[in-house]
Design a protein around this ligand. Structure first.
Ligand SMILES: C[S@@+](CC[C@H](N)C(=O)[O-])C[C@H]1O[C@@H](n2cnc3c(N)ncnc32)[C@H](O)[C@@H]1O
Length: 269
């Protein structure tokens, strides 16, 4: 495991939800609106995590079934505990080698996963394999290289000012391929289909500094993993720096935005 990926801690579902699930839940419906998949059908959510995208599919796409697959046992258990909808099931699996028959879904989608998977081409190839001709393929990831995720960017800016070694852990360094052009190129190359892409921008407003800071202390995800591993005095120095650096509104709220790039295609018949 590399030093940078050591902090990619994906186990505690509630902590993930406090840090990232609260925002992936907001992007997912926007992504589905843009995907324009026909209602109904069987859906696969690759890297479902705690179930944000699956919940949005259930809420707005009238699916016949939703299968969520994720590498983390803790996340799939957490996702399953949040719903009693009989149309959805969650299970452990590897995005690079999906344990499902070819052409068995009408849509294969994925949110905030591709950059974390070592075999990105393999993941996209698998998504295309399991979708029926005429079915939908789509994914989104944060715009890390463009600084699109302000709450992370601010965190790492402060962390790097106090600890130069943190610069090598930032998502913009680790995931330089998360640009619209590179994501499109990858999808075209692997899928061999025409693709469309777009930016999805959401407001990420924190009620106050505590609302911003607490999720970073919980350890779920790269930046929280770094934060939680700091000795107490260095974590406190980082907390103070962020509290003084972040732009607060008169009521204490911290209003930031986050941008994701989304790519979609219709599988050739
Ligand atoms: C940032 S989370 C996104 C979770 C969820 N899709 C969401 O939008 O909130 C990244 C997810 O990718 C999963 N993941 C990473 N590598 C994977 C792989 N090879 N196969 C399946 N899931 C993987 C992690 O376990 C984690 O749940």
């Amino acid at each position: 495991m590399s030093e940078s990926s050591r902090h990619d801690s994906w186990q505690a579902g509630a902590n993930y939800d406090a840090y990232m699930g609260r925002w992936s839940r907001r992007v997912a419906p926007r992504f589905l609106d843009w995907l324009e998949a026909p209602e109904g059908g069987d859906w696969l959510d690759v890297g479902c995590g705690t179930g944000s995208l699956s919940a949005a599919i259930l809420g707005q796409s009238a699916p016949r079934s939703v299968t969520g697959v994720d590498a983390s046992e803790g996340f799939v258990v957490h996702a399953a505990s949040k719903t009693d909808d009989p149309r959805v099931r969650f299970r452990r699996g590897d995005a690079q080698k999906l344990d499902v028959p070819a052409e068995s879904f009408d849509a294969a989608v994925s949110g905030l996963v591709l950059n974390f998977v070592p075999g990105r081409s393999a993941m996209l190839r698998e998504m295309a394999r399991v979708v029926r001709p005429g079915g939908r393929l789509g994914f989104f990831v944060w715009d890390y290289p463009g600084g699109g995720v302000r709450f992370m960017r601010e965190f790492w800016r402060a962390a790097s000012a106090l600890d130069p070694a943190a610069q090598d852990l930032t998502e913009d360094k680790r995931f330089p391929d998360c640009t619209e052009a590179r994501l499109r190129d990858l999808a075209v190359r692997v899928w061999g289909m025409e693709v469309e892409s777009t930016a999805l921008v959401i407001d990420t407003r924190f009620a106050d500094f505590t609302d911003y800071w607490t999720p970073f202390t919980l350890g779920a995800g790269p930046a929280p993993g770094y934060c939680a591993a700091l000795p107490p005095d260095r974590r406190e120095a980082l907390r103070r720096k962020l509290e003084s650096d972040l732009p607060a509104e008169p009521d204490g709220g911290i209003a930031l935005t986050a941008r994701a790039w989304a790519v979609k295609a219709v599988k050739s018949s």
